[in-house]
Every structure is written in C-alpha cells, then in structure tokens.
Design a binder for this molecule. Structure first.
Ligand code: 9Z3
Length: 340
C-alpha cells in the first residue's frame, strides 16, 4: 500500500516524540480491560477528557495550557457507564473524574459534606440522598470493573495513549466507540526544538542555542530574543482521520468541535465530519458549552440539544449539566428563544 501523507506524518511524529514513561503500564491495563469486556460481549468506549499541555522546556517549568476542566468528559463517562458500557477514561491528570466530580473542583471542600456524630465522621443529612445515589452507581461500576482510568498531561502523552488504546480496541470492530471530548492542542513544540533547561529571562544568564536535536538548524521553538520571549509553535499533525483509516477503522467515532465564533461552528463541524469521516461531530461554543451543543451527522444533519433555561443552575454539581437532562430542539427553537 502506498504511504499516504497522513501515514508519513504519523510515523514522523511517533518516531520523533518519545512515548510517556507509563505507556507500557497503561497498555497492559487497557489490554486486559478490553479483552475481559470483549469476552463478556460489552461495548467499550474510550472517553478522552480535559486539556493537553504544550511544554516549552524539556525539564518543564513553563507550558501552554487550555481552559478545559474535564466536565464534559467526566459527566459523559457516567452516562456511558449507566448505559452498560465499559469505559476507558483517558483524562488530563487532576481534571474531573466520573462520580468524584460531584465533590471536587468546586468552591466547597469535600469536608463540607461531612460532620462529626458520636466521634464518627458521617455525611451531613442534607447531602445523604445525592451522595447515596452517586455512591450506588460508583459501587456497581467498581464491582463490575467497568471503569479504567488512565491519565496524560502533555499533548504527546495524550496522542501516544490515544494511538495505543485505539489499536488495542481495533478487534472490537463496531463495538468500540471513541468519544473525543479532550481539548487537544493544535500547536506544539517538537522535541528536537525544545530547550532542555528553564528559559532564562535575565540576559546575563542566557544559554547557547540549547535545543536538544543534534543537527537541527531551526532555532529553539521557545526562546528569548533580547528581553522578549518568542514562541514559534508547529502544528500538531491531524490524527483524527488516522483513527478511522489506520487505528480502529470499524469503530464508532464521536468527536467534539470547539469554537468561539458562532458563525463558524456548524460549518466547521460539517467540515470535520466530512474530512475525518467520523459518525458524529458535536459542536459547542466556549461560552455556551454547558447548556447547548449541536449534533452534526451525515444521517440527521444539524440538530441542537439544549438544557432548558429553568434547569441550568439546578444540576447536582452546581454546574449546568447537558448530558441526560437536555431536550432536543431544532435550530428554529433556539433562535426563537432569546433568553440565552
Ligand atoms: C470539546 O469541545 C469539549 O466539549 C470541551 C468541554 C473541551 C469544550 P469542559 O472540559 O469543556 O467541560 O470544560 N472538546 C473538543 C475540543 C477539541 O480540541 N476538538 C478538536 C478540534 O476542535 C477535535 S478533537 O480540532
């Protein structure tokens, strides 16, 4: 088979960007998890969640990050689990996790859910019902071993894990699903253009050329020029098509498209759908992502889903939640309602 440019980009990327230290452990865990659930005839979904970082130095002091807290991924994972899926949850380290998300990352400490009674720690009465519901779901998932949690930090760690897990899921055919909610960097610093040490701001301590790649004639991608920090990032190769063509061709693929300009959202979601041959692209805008999304698919075209206005602040975690509590609305419905 002729080597396509996508294959060449893949091979170049994974040859030049070293794998994360825990990749072997992750693939061993994922292999056992996938095999067990395949034997039991279950569907397996890989949910990706949270932002990816772009390190500027090999011994990383500084990095570029994005806004994602992992709410979409962690919430969606719970609904997949509720619907019988086995879930591989590939998430940004320390971002939200299914179930525990209800009690973490908000202004309230988890200790605020507790009180002391007769020398014992117990859950405060007002949180009993909610916590019992979450605890029961969590306990069942744990008993059935249906949730595997893996983590990444950098864009490269994310891509290595995605590729390895996708290839392990290939034998599942259409019983495999990818639900790509992670906020993935579009630009990065290649290893051979990355300085080893912390970038110095004081001109008296400036290092030499510094990038690690022997023979690379390009300057380090992040460097000081005079007093200025100059960052010259390269594009991350687009692996979304490789998922379909090379890694897991029969799997169901749901990807997310994030925009800030409303006039671009649907167009870009449609573009992704065609270009990457995914089954469904879910579009969302940064500002409204907590309560509305647009589903774009070859089968159904464009379909908006929105949490009704009166339910936006009432969700369990205190955040408006979309999955599971949303109503299906047409684009016209949304335009007619200008309360948002
Ligand atoms: C999303 O669009 C997610 O819905 C959010 C969720 C990241 C907005 P939070 O974690 O936010 O709940 O705060 N994810 C995909 C974003 C992305 O990087 N998409 C790529 C792209 O647009 C394609 S996979 O190119």
């Amino acid at each position: 088979m002729a080597d396509s440019s996508a294959q060449r980009a893949e091979s170049h990327y994974f040859t030049h960007e070293p794998p994360p230290k825990d990749l072997k452990t992750n693939t061993t865990l994922a292999r056992a998890f996938i095999t067990r659930h395949a034997d039991e005839g279950r569907r397996v979904v890989l949910v990706t969640s949270g932002g990816t970082t772009v390190p500027l130095e090999q011994q990383t002091v500084r990095y570029i990050d994005n806004f994602s807290a992992g709410t979409r991924g962690a919430t969606s994972a719970e609904y997949f689990l509720q619907n019988g899926y086995a879930v591989i949850f590939l998430h940004r380290q320390f971002s939200l996790l299914p179930y525990s998300r209800h009690y973490s990352h908000n202004t309230r400490s988890f200790l605020d859910y507790m009180k002391e009674e007769n020398g014992q720690v117990v859950v405060d009465q007002q949180h009993q019902d909610q916590m019992l519901r979450v605890l029961r779901q969590y306990t069942e998932v744990k008993r059935e071993n249906r949730l595997l949690i893996l983590s990444y930090v950098t864009i490269t760690e994310y891509l290595w894990n995605l590729r390895e897990v996708a290839q392990l899921m290939r034998p599942l055919g259409p019983k495999a699903m990818f639900y790509l909610a992670a906020a993935v960097s579009d630009f990065f610093v290649p290893q051979d253009r990355m300085v080893e040490h912390k970038i110095q701001s004081n001109e008296e301590f400036l290092q030499g050329a510094g990038a690690s790649g022997g023979g690379n004639t390009k300057p380090p991608a992040a460097r000081t020029e005079g007093k200025r920090l100059v960052i010259d990032l390269e594009p991350v190769p687009k692996f979304l098509k490789q998922l379909v063509d090379g890694w897991a061709p029969e799997a169901i693929i749901v990807s997310f498209k994030l925009e800030t300009d409303p006039s671009l959202l649907v167009k870009k979601a449609e573009y992704s759908l065609k270009k990457y041959s995914h089954h469904l692209v879910i579009g969302n805008l940064l500002a409204t992502r907590k309560w509305e999304v647009v589903f774009v698919s070859a089968l159904d075209g464009e379909k908006w889903i929105r949490v009704p206005t009166n339910r936006r602040t009432k969700s369990f975690s205190g955040m408006p939640s979309l999955v599971g509590s949303a109503d299906q609305l047409t684009k016209k419905d949304i335009e007619a309602d200008d309360s948002i």
